[in-house]
Design a protein around this ligand. Structure first.
Ligand code: NAP
Length: 281
């Protein structure tokens, strides 16, 4: 039987509606999300456009600042420090990719932990280990939320995360560990990827390689969360890290690309912005 589609667009629409009500409950004061971009980057455009739309729907003012491509790392850090002190700014997002010479970790660590709506500051990352996250990495928490949608009992479930980046793979592995699932993390050092993916009840893939995981690598009935966003090698549009056609014949649940994790990630960014504004939810 073909897999049930985990509809990220529908979940995100529902979240935005609820977040709008939360925002209205916070009163008339402006809630401002500052977006910083160094140089115009075509790869970031779609993501930023989606952020703008979501912010508008949630009653958040997204202020986009595109800095010249010649901006130095020190200049960017200076602007972040100023924005940390500016009470009219609720949250700060630095759009990726940054110029290659920039130290992305240093940039993220400079954002005040209270305004770090991407949840990438070391102190917010560290809070995940203690299971006390307030501003959680958006994509990781989006993947967790989509898995919860299926109603699967995570306790004791075999969970395999492919990819161990700081922004996605590692935090998602820790979040799923807190549910007492048995988590395996695969990466470039993994000897036989298929051996691991084939026994996963929950498979999360965040690598950035089109169609890396095919249907024959998936356990029948598994929950498959595809985080990858890649140019379609066959031309036109984007595809995930999972070969959707073959995987959806085997999996129990699967996220499409686009329309799966992406929209929920953006909704989580809005949730974090309202938390940064003082919402306790
Ligand atoms: P990244 O920083 O490049 O990390 C990729 C990870 O995959 C690394 O840990 C890498 O290991 C591992 N890897 C590479 N080749 C592998 C292989 N053959 N088998 C197993 N693991 C392998 O990328 P990222 O930021 O995590 O993003 C991953 C993908 O998710 C990208 O396509 C990105 O566009 C997408 N993404 C989507 C969203 C969303 O909202 N939907 C958000 C963020 C990212 P090493 O580090 O050891 O090389």
């Amino acid at each position: 039987m073909p897999a049930q589609i985990l509809d990220g667009k529908a979940l995100a629409a529902n979240m935005r509606e609820r977040l709008r009500a939360v925002r209205d409950g916070l009163g008339d004061r402006p809630i401002q999300l500052l977006s910083l971009e160094v140089g115009e980057n075509p790869a970031a455009k779609v993501y930023i456009r989606n952020q703008k739309r979501a912010a508008e729907a949630c009653g958040i003012d997204l202020v986009e600042k595109i800095l010249p491509a010649t901006t130095t790392e020190e200049e960017l850090l200076g602007l972040i420090r100023e924005s940390n002190q500016d009470d009219t700014i609720t949250g700060i997002i630095v759009q990726r990719p940054l110029p290659l010479a920039f130290d992305a970790r240093r940039v993220q660590a400079t954002i005040s932990r209270k305004k770090d709506v991407e949840g990438m500051n070391p102190s917010n990352m560290g809070a995940i280990l203690y299971s006390e996250p307030r501003l959680t990495p958006c994509t990781a928490v989006a993947a967790e939320r989509l898995i919860m949608q299926t109603g699967i009992d995570l306790r004791g479930a075999e969970t395999v995360v492919v990819g161990h980046s700081e922004i996605v793979g590692k935090p998602v592995a820790i979040l799923l560990l807190h549910h007492l699932s048995t988590v395996t993390v695969c990466h470039v050092g993994t000897r036989n990827l298929r051996e691991h993916t084939q026994r996963a009840d929950i498979l999360v893939v965040a690598v950035g390689k089109a169609n890396l995981v095919t249907g024959d690598m998936i356990k029948p009935g598994a929950v498959v969360i595809d985080i990858g966003i890649n140019a379609n090698p066959d031309g036109g549009g984007v595809v995930g890290d999972v070969h959707f056609e073959s995987a959806s014949e085997v999996a129990g649940y699967i996220t499409p690309v686009p329309g799966g994790v992406g929209p929920v990630t953006v909704a989580m960014l809005m949730r974090n912005t309202l938390r940064a504004a003082g919402w306790e939810g």
